[in-house]
Design a protein around this ligand. Structure first.
Ligand code: PLP
Length: 467
């Protein structure tokens, strides 16, 4: 453990005598902490990471099936990333991005993003992560319509089960009900939700096409209800991630975008998870879903999680409107100290260079197809109701009954037990509700896919045997 050098000797001794586990338990407030167990169990302290593996403070090594948290796309512990970050710190660690001041990596990365992203998404507003990038997207939408003389056109339609982040507006956009308790519903006056697009949840006697048409009709109805003159934007993840790797019916995104176009509603693609190779492309919107977002939100894989960065990409058309002078001396008053942080942008440029040199997009597409196909073998288990996803993004649902899709009773703690079984087998997966989610680094091999799936299969079998 590294202790800061400017601490006094006695303070250093006191801190050294306490383990990271203990200090964490006593002082760190974790996202999604379960306070019923945390005080007793504390955290698993991850100390080392390399390639596909992480090692905890007890020396146990795990195959990382979730890329940290959907983000370490190029794999852990790359010296090239450390060098790029160190070089930028020594060249110029930080200077402010406000007004007309910039830095070289922020400018170069913006040009790269304009190049790689779909259509005319040629302008980027940098943030510190996915939540702040979604907040920025909504502020830009409101500003855009205000500049067009339509300040009343400000409602945003999101979807149930969507995950868009933890800052207050991003949390408002989020449609996972379990995240809402105890917090104020900020944005209640302008954020609305429609149904999730979830092929596994569609009525069994409905075809996929009919389900898509139903969702699109529901969306149109909601727009009519709210008044198209009041609706500013629709926001959607190409595949819902944290909501459970929920896959939309074929043609859904394209049809939703057509509705948006008809009503002058902006289409925001939240590609925080799906961009930078997870689905085998730089961005999924155009290449996989044939959509052309007006705003595209990215984070996570943009730096492979080596350092925080978010990016809100906007179209030429939006830029043309928001860059009109409001009045003499009027400015675009939306500033983050760390917008375009040079170290984060330098990391992103190196991350992109690594992905290109190692052809990680093509690799992810190929190994992703293998993972999706091999994962279907898990359906042999009575409690595995569905296996689905795209690229290197997979969801596995556990059910009590495959026909009714009734979930397993909560008291059986199936997901928790299966997750623990995987950990005992040296594999980290992600338990979410009644499902396990996978999102491994893009460098994963076919045999490592097998290893992860065998760990899940073995843990499912153990769980069933012990019921
Ligand atoms: N959007 C999506 C689709 C996400 O999955 C996440 C995080 O998981 C976010 C936004 C929020 O990103 P961050 O946690 O970097 O703020």
């Amino acid at each position: 453990m590294t202790i800061q050098h400017n601490l006094g000797a006695s303070e250093r001794t006191r801190l050294n005598s306490r383990s990271a586990w203990e200090m964490d338990r006593d002082h760190v407030l974790h996202p999604y902490a379960d306070f019923t167990t945390f005080a007793a169990t504390g955290s698993q302290v991850i100390e080392k990471a390399e390639g596909m593996f992480v090692t905890d403070s007890t020396g146990q090594r795990f195959l990382d099936g979730i890329a940290g948290l959907w983000c370490v796309n190029i794999g852990h512990g790359r010296r090239e990333m450390a060098d790029a970050i160190a070089r930028q710190v020594l060249d110029m660690e930080y200077y402010n991005p406000f007004g007309a001041s910039t830095n070289v990596p922020a400018a170069e990365l913006a040009a790269r993003l304009a190049d790689l992203s779909p259509g005319s998404l040629n302008h980027v507003y940098y943030t510190c992560g996915g939540s702040t990038a979604n907040d920025a997207a909504i502020r830009i939408v409101h500003y855009y319509f205000a500049m067009r003389g339509q300040p009343g056109k400000r409602k945003i339609i999101s979807r149930n089960n969507a995950y868009h982040g933890a800052t207050y507006v991003a949390a408002g956009l989020t449609g996972i009900h379990g995240t809402k308790y105890g917090f104020s519903q900020v944005g209640e006056d302008f954020i609305h939700h429609v149904s999730a697009a979830d092929c596994y949840a569609k009525p069994m006697d409905m075809t996929e096409d009919a389900y898509r048409d139903f969702l699109v009709a529901e969306f149109e109805m909601r727009i009519e209800q709210l008044g198209p003159q009041n609706v500013a934007a629709f926001i959607a993840e190409p595949i819902m991630g944290a909501g459970g790797v929920l896959v939309a019916p074929k043609g859904y995104h394209r049809a939703m975008q057509a509705v948006c176009r008809r009503h002058d509603i902006l289409y925001i693609a939240d590609e925080v998870v799906t961009a930078f190779g997870r689905l085998g492309e730089w961005f999924a919107s155009d290449r996989i879903y044939e959509t052309q977002p007006d705003i595209l939100v990215s984070a996570k894989g943009i730096t492979s999680g080596y350092i925080p960065l978010g990016a809100t990409l906007i179209s030429d058309e939006i830029h043309a409107v928001i860059s009109r002078p409001q009045c003499e001396g009027g400015v675009f008053a939306m500033g983050l100290t760390y917008s375009g942080h040079p170290v984060a942008c330098a990391a992103a440029l190196t991350n992109i260079a690594i992905m290109e040199r190692e052809q990680l997009l093509a690799h992810a597409a190929r190994v992703g197809a293998y993972l999706q196909q091999r994962a279907r073998l898990l359906l042999k288990h009575d409690i595995v109701g569905d296996v689905r996803g795209g690229g290197l993004m997979l969801g596995i649902d556990f059910v009590a009954d495959k026909v009714t899709r009734q979930p397993l009773p909560a008291h059986e703690k199936a997901t928790e037990k299966i997750f623990k079984g995987c950990v005992e087998r040296g594999v980290i997966v992600r338990p979410v509700g009644n499902r396990i989610i996978l999102s491994p680094p893009l460098i994963i091999t076919e045999s490592q896919c097998d290893e992860i799936l065998e760990a899940i299969s073995g843990s499912v079998a153990d769980f069933m045997a012990a019921r």
